[in-house]
Design a protein around this ligand. Structure first.
Ligand code: PEP
Ligand code: MG
Length: 658
């Protein structure tokens, strides 16, 4: 039995739709195949189905044979033509509310820094201020070592059995995590897709063939999963390319089960513990139970890496760039960290421990005192309001920003939205997110930064070329202008969100005036399209981030075509000083207070002032009390920072006005 149709599934058959389609196919006894452009695949294998790369509006044929072939064809064609009918979404549980946690950590304050180096302390880069003492929680991925031997014929059946049991273990773990209420809606989707890959015939058959050929199970899983991942990598579809990572991840889990090992999960971190790791992915950290993390010490990373930014925005003291010294903390029972000076002490005792405890208490008192500034509106001596806004990466952070007294959002990093998903977020989903943000802060402005990926922020779903110098490469606005398929949905979503509040938009990594002109033209196209489609939209101010030396030099020209400037000191410092923001060995140069960077900020402020546009700052320097007076003197009227720094910055500006 055969029938053809045009696929109406939005964004095609990948991830969730593929999972649903396979589930539906498996509910029938009949053999079911799906055929596209002469290529057939079993509709009961999500991997095979995804490798067929079926997109919206493709023509496909469903071929069935068996007792229920008519019902199967009808149901599957029905799904392809009208995917929303009859399919029930997996109910996503409410977001978990992590407990406040009895963490011994404080609020940042320069005043309390240890004057001297602490005896016996290990040094790294001071990435997020504050003190903490807590149990060590080492987080190092397990190393997978295959046996790499040829099996004798008698060993093959038991090895197949061992593999089947390992798959069951992995599936059971994934099912347990799906059944628990600790996963957010998005994370459930990710785990469900991984579980389906673990169960997929393509992987099972591939591994079984390797074992029958004499490979041990671990080597067989590595070989089969690498082969499937490579196939996903070859498909001409960025969403499907990202599935390669999922296959690797499932392969890794099965190998660990075979070896009786497991990766430590950040989920298990006890309240107030100090996370010790060589490296942590920004996304892994973003979805970890951050309220429970007392502090972070990491071998990799620098003061403006995204791990540091996440740590600061949650007020978690952090020391990064420890290099090989991190090994010395691996076996510590307890760790004390001084995030002001970047020093960590293993198993602190005596006077050192007592000192840490008294500083933590002192900081808690200061934090209480700063709450008085929560609702104040800081003004310059001449009465001009200085907006103290928040830097955010997700909607989950809104509450903390409002609680801190944020006067709007000066930087909404949209990357996390893109990193979180199995595939690029749709226009609708983005419009919802930006609208929620605008509504939460109205009438204050929210400045949304268009997608800034590349450099240290790659995401799955977009293939980046291998680059010798990714920080000087295809990132930010450069990538967006080359990929209107990604950029336009974001601009359209922002126009739609502008109906709901005071939305402003800024472009990252601008180096050339053409970049803002081309963006403006694209915005106009989006407006015309939205109007033709009868979709409601508003308008937004378009500004640029000043984070390249080129932008500073042409700031007077850029100011004529931008509604505002926002100085991104994290990147500006690395580019002005030619000092990688992630490289701890050049951390000394990577300091915004360096004369060259301060002069660049002053030039930018002057250009903005002369053109009569607002100049703000959203780099991490905006929250530094030692530099705020200088920024105000230069004429900056908006400072955007981690929510944890807002009250101190308000106090600092108000002290100036006295
Ligand atoms: C900056 O570069 O200062 C900035 C705010 O952007 P990001 O840190 O996200 O690169
Ligand atoms: Mg930047």
């Amino acid at each position: 039995m055969e029938r053809s149709t045009i696929v109406r599934v939005h964004e095609g058959l990948h991830a969730r739709p593929a999972t649903r389609f396979v589930k539906l196919a498996k509910s029938f006894e009949s053999e079911v195949e799906i055929i596209k452009s002469g290529k057939a695949a079993s509709a009961k294998s999500a991997v095979k189905l995804m490798l067929l790369a079926v997109k919206e509006n493709d023509e496909v044929t469903i071929r069935t044979s068996g007792a229920d072939e008519i019902e199967a064809v009808e149901a599957l064609i029905g799904y392809l033509e009208n995917p929303l009918s009859g399919m029930v979404e997996d109910a996503a549980p409410a977001e978990p509310q992590p407990s406040a946690g009895d963490t011994l950590r404080d609020e940042p304050s320069k005043a309390q820094a240890f004057a001297e180096d602490i005896a016996g302390a290990l040094k790294g880069v001071a990435a997020s201020e504050g003190y903490a003492v807590g149990a060590a929680f080492p987080h190092f991925p397990a190393v997978i070592k295959p046996e790499s031997r040829t099996l004798s014929p008698a060993e093959i059946e038991p090895e197949l059995q061992r593999f089947a049991e390992a798959v069951e273990t992995v599936q059971a773990r994934m099912n347990a995590s799906l059944a628990s209420d600790t996963l957010s809606g998005n994370d459930r989707g990710i785990v469900a897709a991984l579980r389906d890959i673990a169960a997929d015939d393509e992987l099972r058959d591939g591994v079984a063939a390797e074992i029958r050929g004499g490979s041990d199970a671990v080597s067989a899983v590595i070989a089969a999963s690498s082969r499937i991942a490579a196939e996903f990598g070859k498909v001409d579809d960025p969403y499907l390319n990202a599935r390669a990572d999922d296959v690797h991840s499932v392969g890794r889990q099965i190998c660990l089960a075979l070896l009786g090992q497991s990766d430590a999960s950040l989920e298990d971190i006890p309240d107030g513990a100090i996370l010790i790791a060589d490296d942590i992915g920004a996304w892994d950290l973003a979805r970890a139970p951050l309220k429970r993390i007392g502090g972070i010490v990491c071998g990799q990373g620098g003061a403006t890496s995204h791990i540091a930014i996440i740590a600061r925005s949650h007020g978690i003291p952090a020391i990064l760039g420890m290099g090989a010294r991190i090994e010395q903390l691996r076996d510590a029972r307890e760790v004390a960290i001084d995030g002001h000076r970047g020093q960590a002490v293993a198993n602190p005792e005596g006077k050192v421990l007592a000192d840490f405890r008294s500083r933590i208490e002192e900081a808690a008192r200061e934090r209480e005192a700063l709450k008085a500034f929560r609702d104040s509106t800081p003004r310059r001596a001449d009465g001009t309001i200085i907006e103290i806004a928040a830097n955010l990466g997700s909607l989950e952070e809104i509450e903390a920003a409002l609680d801190a007294g944020a006067m709007g959002v000066g930087l909404f990093r949209t990357e996390l939205l893109f990193m979180r998903h199995m595939h690029l977020p749709s226009e609708d989903m983005q419009a919802e997110t930006y609208s929620a943000l605008a509504k939460a802060f109205a009438p204050y402005p929210v400045i949304v930064r268009t997608l800034d990926i590349g450099g240290d922020k790659p995401i799955s779903g977009i293939e980046f070329p291998e680059e010798e110098n990714p920080f000087l490469g295809w990132r930010g606005i450069r990538m967006c202008l080359d990929r209107p398929d990604i950029f336009k949905p974001q601009l359209r979503a922002l126009l739609r969100a502008a109906v709901h509040g005071n939305v402003k938009v800024m472009l990252p990594m601008v180096a050339d005036i053409e970049e803002i002109r081309r963006t403006r033209a694209l915005v106009e196209t989006c407006k015309t399209e939205l109007a033709a489609e009868n979709i409601a939209f508003g308008d937004f101010q378009l500004g640029v981030m000043i984070e390249t030396p080129a932008a500073v030099l042409v700031a007077p020209m850029l100011a004529k075509e931008s509604a505002f400037f926002s100085i991104g000191t994290n990147d500006l410092t690395q580019y002005i000083m030619a000092a990688d923001r992630l490289n701890p060995t050049v951390a000394r140069l990577n300091d915004v207070s360096n004369a060259a960077v301060m002069m660049a900020i002053e030039m930018t402020a002057r250009a903005g002032r002369e053109a009569g546009i607002m100049v703000g700052m959203c780099g991490e320097a905006a929250g530094r009390p030692d530099l705020i007076p200088e920024f105000i003197r230069m004429g900056l009227t908006e400072l955007s920072m981690s929510p944890a720094s807002i009250q101190r910055a308000k106090k600092c500006v108000m002290d100036l006005g006295k």
